[in-house]
Design a protein around this ligand. Structure first.
Ligand SMILES: [Zn+2]
Length: 275
């Protein structure tokens, strides 16, 4: 049993994030930023992961798979894990209703099954939010784990049923479900710190290397303080793939694995170990 597990994750939004997160259906510039992910960044990232011999979980919208099938096939062929990130990359609360959300889930499942031959077992919600129906749908469709919530930092936990959230009453958490949560954080995500988008919130850092150093500091804290901690790191190919950031990612991986008892793993494999 390792002392610490690191799960590198790439949210492979490509163009879908710009269409369904930013409404950029008519902006060739924004769409080109999305295309950069599969066409330029992802091949470089696959080379780096191969050279360092570390696996990664790629949360991939069905839209990305159908738009850029070759590189998505390469991700799978390289031994990385393709998991569910919506078909449209629509944040769950923005669907018209339960049926529309479930249909998007099912379409995403079929697209991944066509690519990998297997039904996805894990889910990461676009923009990290749930609707009132998301948890029910995950259970109905037999998902085993999720990686979208923020109820802990480095310890996986069981997702609870929806709480009572009456503002006039004390908060009461729902019952635990079987769904395992691998918590995420905006502070372990490349987008807010490194992706500049005019008119949107977020403050890209001038010292980009400091972002990766900050991730190492978080990892180091976990290593010192949390037994069997799981460190999830969320990156987007179109963000971390921009030069010279892969150099910083490589240094991060090298620093982390210099410590004793550290393992790089797929989230799905950690789920199997824990469940
Ligand atoms: Zn995404």
């Amino acid at each position: 049993m390792p002392n610490a597990t690191v799960c590198l994750c790439f949210d492979f939004d490509a163009v879908s994030g710009w269409i369904h997160g930013h409404g950029a259906t008519d902006s060739p510039v924004k769409l080109s930023r999305g295309r950069y992910g599969p066409e330029v960044a992802a091949p470089r990232i696959l080379d780096l992961l191969d050279r360092m011999d570390v696996p990664a979980t790629w949360f991939t919208p069905g839209h990305t798979i159908e738009s850029f099938p070759e590189i998505c096939g390469e991700v799978h062929d390289c031994g990385h894990d393709v998991q569910h990130h919506g078909w449209h990359h629509t944040p769950p609360a923005k669907f018209a209703g339960r049926e529309a959300e479930r249909a998007d889930f099912e379409r995403g499942i079929e697209t991944i099954r066509d690519l990998t031959g297997e039904k996805p077992t894990g889910y990461r919600s676009p923009s990290w939010d749930f609707s009132a129906h998301t948890l029910d749908i995950l259970q109905e469709l037999d998902f085993e784990w999720d990686s979208s919530l923020m109820g802990h930092d480095f310890e996986p936990y069981r997702v609870r049923e929806l709480p009572t959230a009456d503002p006039d009453e004390p908060y009461v958490a729902g019952e635990e479900t079987d769904l395992l949560e691998f918590p995420v954080s905006w502070h372990r995500d490349d987008w807010p710190s490194l992706q500049f988008t005019p008119g949107r919130s977020g403050r890209p850092r001038a010292d980009e290397e400091a972002v990766f150093d900050g991730w190492y500091e978080q990892f180091d804290w976990m290593y010192e303080n949390v037994e069997d901690g799981v460190f999830t790191l969320t990156m987007h190919p179109q963000v971390t793939g921009q030069p010279p950031r892969l150099r910083y990612l490589e240094a991060f991986v090298e620093s982390v694995r210099a410590k004793q008892g550290v393992e790089f793993a797929l989230l799905n494999d950690v789920d199997r170990r824990i469940s």
